[in-house]
Write a protein that binds this ligand. Structure first.
Ligand code: ASP
Length: 640
């Protein structure tokens, strides 16, 4: 039930009212504690309080308690609602003359001031209980109070339902963290990580090892952050992942490594990316793909929050080729259908010119998706914007076809296609009343990519109109396997780059192709996809130094000197090994239903990679750069 509140809130089905906010706030730690299936932690050890605000119940009646918390609100100078991470409790402000100083403190302290109160737990007068509040049967009759710190005028109210811009939230992140939602996200993250550690170390003998963050450039892959050193012209790089170290740990006989690893990629922020992010990084010796997949399925099952439906394993898997053909992407969202169908065969003898033209080219195909009830839910302008999107972003013509719909918006071309192929289309695509078919023709990959994107766009549009295609309570995991080892470089398609990273082993049955048609070699790389987001990826590695050298130098044209340490290590009896990394931020983001990974990171960077609270990155005066032998060459239009 708890998760439903959260997802509804995020999916915009309802705004949390004060009542809901109370309910969920009150049950925050209870749910999290219950879900850990362990003894309730001792929240009040070592500190001044005797209890937390959120834990008091009728069973505490008559007890003398000391609470510390923030003033959530005050009513008529008679009641205070006090909040801590555990929940809310009502405090009765004493009205007697003899307690004037206590009354003064509690009545004058601004909202969000932090106070310590001591008093007795009493039951609320009959009729004044608040069933919506977990502590609603009791209140605390205060005897003494201390203002621990007063709160100045706040930049925003600490209420989940009060809308504030993300920039403001990030500027005052420490205040934003007081919100129910951030508390929930970070605590759930901590619990999942704890369980992952337990599973890996205690149940499966993994060793938690820290690897350096000051490292050197790794060829291929993402752009890395550069760190100057005091040696002229020499730089460290922040690692994009502990990839080389974890492989070297296998050479070192550590056998099973894991780390909650901070990684860095200088790629700018996107909703699901941050310049610094966290991976659950894993490597094992003597393992194959099946072993890694089972390990991860077990890990997720074990750490999965108990307030969600248990995960069913093994997760389904799909080849890269199939993912691309049916969903137009290597990270298919399998929560809903609308798969891409190849209808080329139906049009081999077509009279329609643009189809004829597409089919005459190498890899030419006619593809379509069927949008169920599209004619009912989509407006004409939606269809137009879908077509425009395909034209603008993919330079690809997309034709809407209404094979059965009562509303006939068919263009003359669509009409002539229907005259030829109506019944075949209806049969092959199982078309129902009011369905719309989006049809495109062209090179196989391009046609699939555009339809894959439109599939998601249409799902968004249909959901905006009230259809539920992707159940927010559903977690649809999928392994994508058999990736190609190499892809043509984007900027220079004549050259190859690694589809995963250059340490990934080729598929054993394709080994010979490495020397003849390397672009056809499949790899031992696997990705884990959840609800259409890639949340993990890994591979079985190359443990043969000569094969690694050949791939780096001959096929990828990389400077092998940069990796001489690794190549050397592989030559000293490196065991066969493989691993994976799970993107922790993305995983928690999906589990909590948060709109962005920034909502599951305590102190994230902004969209532009800035820390809006401290204003990092900052300029440094030239004298501070001198020891690093660095001079800034300011762009002409810069203000500095
Ligand atoms: N290091 C890889 C990554 O960050 C994961 C792996 O291959 O284990 O994507």
């Amino acid at each position: 039930m708890f998760s439903c509140w959260i997802s509804r809130q995020y999916w915009g089905f309802s705004t949390p009212t004060g009542r809901i906010a109370h309910l969920i706030r009150g049950s925050l730690s209870r749910t999290l504690v219950l879900s850990s299936q362990r003894r309730t932690p001792e929240f009040s050890s070592f500190v001044a309080r005797t209890n937390t605000c959120g834990e008091l119940r009728s069973s505490h009646l008559g007890q003398e308690v000391t609470l510390c918390g923030w003033i959530q609100y005050r009513r008529q100078n008679i009641f205070l609602v006090l909040r801590d991470f555990h929940g809310l409790v009502q405090v009765v402000i004493p009205q007697e003359e003899s307690a004037a100083s206590v009354k003064k403190i509690l009545c004058e302290a601004p909202v969000e001031s932090v106070v310590q109160v001591s008093g007795t737990v009493i039951s609320r007068p009959p009729g004044q209980e608040n069933p919506k509040m977990p502590t609603g049967e009791i209140e605390v009759k205060v005897k003494t109070a201390e203002l621990l710190n007063s709160c100045k005028k706040l930049p925003f109210e600490i209420k989940d339902f009060v809308k504030k811009t993300e920039a403001l939230r990030l500027q005052y992140r420490y205040l934003d963290l007081r919100s129910f939602q951030m508390q929930y996200n970070l605590r759930l993250r901590s619990q999942m990580v704890m369980k992952m550690r337990e599973y890996l170390c205690n149940l499966h003998g993994f060793v938690d090892i820290e690897t350096p963050t000051l490292f050197k450039r790794t060829p291929g892959g993402a752009k890395e952050f550069v760190i100057p050193s005091r040696e002229p012209g020499k730089f460290y790089c922040l690692p994009q992942s502990p990839q080389q170290f974890k492989q070297l740990l296998m050479v070192g006989g550590l056998d099973r490594y894991f780390q909650v690893a901070r990684c860095y990629r200088d790629e700018g922020s996107r909703p699901d990316r941050q310049p610094e992010f966290t991976q659950i990084d894993i490597e094992m010796s003597f393992v194959d793909q099946t072993g890694i997949r089972s390990l991860i399925e077990g890990l997720l099952q074990y750490s999965w929050p108990n307030d969600k439906d248990p995960l069913v394993v093994p997760f389904p898997s799909m080849t890269f080729v199939e993912a691309l053909a049916s969903y137009g992407t290597d990270k298919p969202d399998t929560r809903f259908g609308m798969k891409i169908i190849d209808i080329s065969d139906m049009f081999r003898n077509t009279e329609v010119e643009f189809l004829q033209d597409a089919l005459s080219k190498p890899q030419g195909a006619v593809k379509a998706i069927c949008i169920s009830e599209g004619a009912k839910y989509l407006k004409r302008k939606d269809i137009e914007s879908i077509r425009k999107f395909a034209a603008d972003h993919f330079n690809q013509e997309v034709l809407p076809v209404f094979p059965k719909a009562s509303r006939n918006w068919n263009t003359p071309v669509a009409q002539s296609i229907l005259e030829e192929q109506r019944s075949g289309l209806i049969r092959l695509m199982e078309i129902q009343e009011d369905d719309v078919v989006l049809l495109t023709a062209g090179e196989h990959k391009k046609a699939c990519s555009v339809l894959g994107k439109l599939r998601l766009e249409c799902a968004d549009l249909l959901e905006a109109r009230g259809l539920v295609l992707r159940d927010p309570a559903l977690f649809s995991f999928l392994w994508v396997v058999d990736f190609p080892l190499f892809l043509p470089k984007e900027e220079n398609p004549g050259e190859l780059e690694s589809a995963h990273h250059p340490f990934t082993a080729p598929h054993p049955s394709d080994l010979q192709l490495l020397y003849t048609e390397p672009e056809k070699v499949r790899s031992q790389h696997y990705d884990l996809v959840l609800n259409g987001s890639e949340i993990g990826g890994g591979s079985i590695r190359i443990h043969d130094a000569e094969l690694q050298r050949y791939i780096l130098a001959t096929l990828l044209k990389e400077d092998v000197k940069l990796l001489s340490h690794l190549l050397q290590a592989l030559g000293f009896g490196a065991p066969p090994h493989g691993g994976i990394a799970l993107g922790l931020d993305r995983l928690i983001c999906l589990v909590t239903g948060a709109p962005s990974i920034r909502d599951v990171i305590a102190f994230p960077k902004s969209f532009r990679g800035h820390d809006l609270m401290s204003s990092a990155p900052e300029s440094l005066p030239p004298e501070e750069l001198k020891p690093y032998h660095i001079q800034v060459s300011w762009p002409a239009d810069s203000e500095a």
